[in-house]
Structures are given as C-alpha cells and as structure tokens.
Ligand binder design. Structure first.
Ligand code: NOJ
Ligand code: NOJ
Length: 440
C-alpha cells in the first residue's frame, strides 16, 4: 500500500549541536539509525498478513508471541506518527502518514465496539483480526484509552491547524452515551481513572503514576476539543477530574526515598519491586507532560528519580562497566523478565532511548553554554550505547543482554523504534527539521 519504503529525514542538526564546536551529533551514524528505525517501524505497519491500522508490538510469533495489537504500544506509536505528520513534508508522504493514522483510528473504533460489548475499554490487547486477546491476562490496563485519546488529539490538532475543523465531528461528538471514538475514551478515563488496573509492564495491579499521568493529560487536552465541539459541560467535567487526578499524582512523591514511586494501593500482582524505582516515571514525564510542565522532564522529582535509577543500573548490569558509553537502562532493578519468560532482567532499547530524549529535552531548556554542552554530551552517550548494541542492519529487539550486550526478546519491537525516533527529534532543532519523502 505504500509507494515508498521509508521517509528519509534530512535533518540539519549540525548547526544545533556544533555551535560550540565540541559536541557533534552530525555524524552519520545517528541519522543512519534514524532512517533504519523509521524503515523498521514502517515494515511493522505495512505487512500483507495484517490489515492497515493494526500495530503489532513485534513480528515475533513465538518466544515471545508479540504478534498482537497492544493498545498502549499502538497508541504510543501513533503519538509519534501523528507528531511526524505535523512536520513539514511533501504532500504525498503526508498523505501516507495520514492514511496510517486513519486506518489505525478505524481499527481502534472497532476494538472499542468489541470491548464495550464484552468487557471494558481497559482491554489491553487485541488480535490482529480485531478480537479481544482470548487468554487470561493482566486486565484492565487503564493507560491504554488515555494514550489512544492523546494520539488522536494530536491528529485533531493538526486538522484544526490545516483548517479542516469540519472533519472533527468524525472523531468527537457531544452526544451521550458517547459514540465517537475520542469521547468514548475520555468518558472511560473520567469515570475509571481511580479503578485499580495493571501497570504498563502488566505485572502489578494498583494505581500507577504512568497511567495517571496519561489520564490527566488526555482529559486536559480532551477538554479543549470538547469546548470547540460545543460540549462545554463535558469540558468542565474533564478539567475538574484532571485536577483531582493531579492531586493523586503528587502522592507518588516519596519524601523518605527521595523519588517518585510507580504504584500506590496495590491490590494484586507481583510484589517484587522492593526499590520502587521504575523507568515508567521517566517515560510518563516524557510522554505525558502538558504545556504547563506538570511533572515534565525539568521537575526536580523526575530528575531525582531518573538519577537514582540510572545509578542502580550502573551497578547491576555488567555491560555498564564500559563507561565510554552511557549506561544501559532497564525497566526497574528487580526485573526478571528476560524477553520470553522468567530469568534475568536486561536493559531495554526503549528505556535507554528515554534517557537520550530526557537529556536533550533538559539541554533545550538550559541557557548557560557549558551546561548545554555537558547535558548534550550526556544525551549523546545514550545514543552511542543504543547504536553500539544494535544488531546489523539497524535491528533492535526489546532487550539487550546485561552481560554480553546481544539482542534478546521480541525482535524489531515497534515501540523501541518509536523511542529512538522520539529521542532523535528531541535532540534536533524542530525549526531546522524537515522531512522529505524519497520514493524508490
Ligand atoms: C509478559 C509481559 O508483557 C511482561 O511485561 C512481563 O514482565 C512478563 N509477562 C512477566 O512474565
Ligand atoms: C511487554 C511490556 O512490558 C509491555 O509494556 C508491552 O506493552 C508489551 N510487552 C508489548 O510490547
């Protein structure tokens, strides 16, 4: 269905990072990795064994079987595709991205219908044919609907910018019971944010910083659209629920430990995370911070959490004794998931890429030249770590082994490629980015 293999980004970042002469991001390897990440992401989306709109977590069908559509992974992927869609590029490429977005929205609309008939919108996984994952699993997962709404809201924002507001009613209508795709998710979030659910790692049942950050962001951004769609009652309601969620997010600050903890009020699931350190705090900050900076990357508590976690991984992963590269980062120190079953936890590409994104976003807010340089150097060290462990031809699995650095777990994890692209964008100057499609 695509008339191109991948979008080539001509990104002129040299000027951004070499203004001082000492930090260079302009070497081809970072750009090469961007291209291959985009290419692998596209091949996961465009396959002849699945319909358009399905976002497989990975092409791996056994050990582990990730050949499913996770609402979270798909939503995070579409958050990035919709952001790319907002960048300047040729019409043809823009249309291709838009087709992908629309197909995904169609698929999710179908998934919502099936979930509403049989379960709840917190249903976390669908088969590639659009059925509810038929086995016992950690459900519900209440980050999914919020993330899905956020990605769609990126797209509706673009429609508004493109003077296509007449199309918005395809995605949001005031009617109740909600029968438009965005409003359904917002209503679910507004009514169920305080229900215990499984965390993003699908292990712990409780109330999670990650899910709550997604939920409040979706409601705040959703309220703006509601207002525009003459649904001011809903807008007020979403805003007031968002304010309540925010109060509960502060409760995740643990003064004694000196950082933000991922889960409160646990009712079920594993209880092995004794340190209560988790990269999900950083992911939430990067993915779901709102314009007002609420728990954004600059927040003192987010920074403290990121530092403590980094130090923990420096100690426990053997490959981190090579300090010419940035530390390899995993999900949390006590992790035992080896990518296929229980064993030893490992570093993940998406977690390591989050640190690259984090330091670039911090550098973007700094003024003193020497701080900027130091922070960008730190970001680059994570890019170097990622590239060092990438398999030939730019392939990245979910994890890389903590002892020998080799790829492990689901191969070509969609979310991992998305994370590299995000990190790269954070490190490049937006105004100097333009995306070009090369058809070949
Ligand atoms: C599969 C989940 O997706 C993963 O996150 C979790 O760690 C393992 N199951 C636990 O067995
Ligand atoms: C396991 C991860 O823990 C979870 O976050 C993810 O959604 C699935 N794998 C699919 O990638």
């Amino acid at each position: 269905m695509l008339n191109f293999r991948y979008i080539v980004f001509h990104i002129f970042i040299a000027a951004v990072l070499t203004a001082t002469g000492s930090v260079t991001f302009a070497q081809n390897k970072y750009e090469e990795h961007l291209k291959s990440s985009f290419k692998h992401l596209q091949s996961n989306l465009n396959r002849n064994d699945i319909s358009a709109g399905v976002v497989i977590a990975s092409p791996s069908t056994n050990s582990p079987n990730y050949f499913y559509h996770w609402v979270r992974d798909a939503g995070l992927t579409m958050m990035e595709i919709t952001s790319l869609y907002g960048l300047p590029m040729r019409v043809e490429e823009k249309q291709t991205l838009e087709r992908q977005i629309r197909h995904w929205i169609q698929f999710e609309t179908q998934n919502q219908n099936i979930a509403l008939q049989n379960s709840t919108l917190g249903e976390p996984i669908f088969t590639v044919r659009g059925a509810i994952y038929p086995y016992p699993w950690g459900r519900p997962q209440n980050d999914g609907p919020a993330i899905r709404a956020l990605a769609m809201l990126n797209y509706t924002d673009s429609l508004i910018k493109e003077n296509r507001a007449n199309e918005l009613s395809q995605f949001y209508r005031a009617e109740m019971p909600a029968n438009s795709v965005i409003k359904r998710d917002l209503e679910y979030v507004a009514h169920h944010w305080n229900d215990q659910g499984f965390d993003l790692w699908e292990e712990v049942k409780g109330l999670h910083f990650f899910s709550r950050m997604a939920q409040q962001a979706a409601l705040i951004r959703g309220a703006k659209l509601a207002e525009r769609m003459n649904d001011s009652g809903a807008a007020g309601y979403y805003r007031s629920v968002a304010a309540t969620i925010r109060k509960t997010i502060y409760e995740h600050i643990n003064q004694g430990l000196g950082y933000i903890v991922p889960t409160l009020s646990q009712t079920d699931g594993w209880r092995h995370k004794t340190s209560q350190l988790d990269v999900s705090i950083l992911l939430a900050s990067l993915y779901f911070s709102t314009d007002d900076g609420f728990f954004g990357p600059e927040d003192q508590w987010v920074k403290a959490t990121a530092e403590k976690l980094e130090n923990a991984f420096v100690k426990i992963y053997a490959i981190n004794s090579n300090m010419t590269l940035g530390p390899a980062i995993g999900r949390y120190p006590e992790d035992v998931y080896n990518g296929a079953g229980s064993g030893e936890g490992n570093p993940w590409f998406l977690a390591t890429a989050a640190y690259a994104e984090f330091y670039c976003r911090l550098a973007g807010k700094m003024t003193a030249q020497k701080d900027v340089i130091k922070t960008k150097e730190k970001a680059l060290s994570y890019f170097n770590r990622i590239i060092y462990h990438t398999a030939p031809n730019g392939h990245m699995s979910e994890q890389f082994n903590r002892h020998n650095g080799y790829n492990q777990g689901a191969f070509d994890l969609t979310w991992g490629y998305v994370s590299y692209i995000r990190a790269f964008r954070a490190c490049a100057d937006n105004s100097s980015i333009f995306a070009t499609l090369s058809s070949f």
